[in-house]
Design a protein around this ligand. Structure first.
Ligand code: CAA
Length: 283
């Protein structure tokens, strides 16, 4: 046998062994073949306005999705189950308070133990406590920073080791146009969302050689409960400043997240994709 023929024969035996091992893993897994062969995604804030649409898009593109969110949101959990009923085979709710580091560690462990992998993390959990800085209490400052920024650390810190070891991962952080421009009454929120951009770029550099990409998406004003709670006259003024002349739809954000989460988006990392109807343009 020539050297090349030996290498070919060895490669084909090695491929066969890998296939058999994979098939065995699938066969003996309690959840069955379907889930094991799919990419596994965790979406924090998964039952929220943007989170729900992100879960739906990821499920539609073939992922098995864990929607992680606060257990206390009972009404919203029920509504989420209804809204995603047609994808119930592909989406599961798991309770999580992302401000709790140990809870994030436990959730990641549980997903990895059950599925043997965690391929995609979308950090979509976020809250607002809008008020001018002159009135802002330490609690209003801390709660927004804790959920919106510490939460990103808490989940990313717990997923990166596994992603790097497996040589594959997609992390998408949902920031905001207001992290790029600032907004009246949002020193806390704008600081956290701007912080996410720095975090995204720094982590992207750290894990780039390991097959893991880290990007952010910066939505503008979308039709979600968070935006609909802004006083109508203020909201009308904001919409008047949006070149496309309307609020965004959650699905318009979700399709960009799904794009970044795809296996063939591996050359995009440390990037921010704005989806804001032209509200803020730069290059
Ligand atoms: N620009 C300039 N001045 C403003 C203003 C504005 N947008 N809003 C209020 N002011 C003025 C007021 O007229 C008032 O003036 P005087 O002191 O002379 O009377 C002063 O500023 C203080 O106003 P308030 O006492 O009303 O301020 P407040 O602490 O109660 O906060 C606010 C007001 C709730 C922040 C309100 O301005 C607001 O809702 N702004 C919009 C905030 C916003 O866009 N949030 C986005 C939420 S959705 C989201 O964040 C999703 C995303 O990523 C895009």
């Amino acid at each position: 046998m020539t050297g090349a023929a030996v290498r070919r024969a060895f490669a084909s035996t090695r491929d066969q062994r890998r296939k058999t091992a994979r098939a065995r893993r699938v066969q003996f897994h309690p959840q069955g073949k379907k889930r094991m062969n799919r990419r596994i995604a965790v979406v924090s804030g998964g039952i929220g306005g943007l989170g729900t649409a992100i879960c739906q898009h990821l499920a539609q593109s073939g992922h098995y999705v864990v929607a992680a969110d606060l257990a206390a949101r009972a009404e919203r959990i029920a509504a989420f189950r209804e809204e995603t009923a047609d994808l119930a085979e592909s989406i599961r709710f798991m309770p999580l308070d992302i401000s709790d580091f140990d809870a994030c560690a436990a959730l990641v462990r549980e997903v990895e133990n059950e599925f043997g992998r965690l391929d995609v993390l979308v950090n979509a959990a976020g809250i607002t406590r809008d008020t001018t800085l002159r009135k802002m209490t330490p609690e209003q400052w801390r709660s927004v920073l804790t959920v919106n920024l510490d939460g990103v650390y808490n989940l990313c810190r717990n997923v990166v080791d596994g992603m790097c070891a497996r040589g594959y991962g997609r992390i998408v952080n949902i920031s905001s146009v207001n992290g790029q421009t600032g907004q009246f009454g949002q020193t806390n929120y704008a600081a956290a969302k701007a912080g996410m951009h720095g975090f995204t770029m720094a982590l992207a550099r750290e894990v780039a050689r390991k097959g893991v990409t880290v990007n952010s998406v910066s939505p503008g004003y979308c039709e979600t409960a968070m935006v609909l709670q802004i006083a109508p006259e203020i909201r009308a003024d904001i919409i008047a400043d949006v070149p496309v002349g309307r609020l965004g739809q959650p699905g318009e954000i979700a399709r960009v997240v799904d794009f970044l989460a795809a296996a063939d988006s591996g050359f995009i990392t440390g990037a921010n994709i704005p989806v804001n109807g032209g509200y803020f343009m730069d290059f």
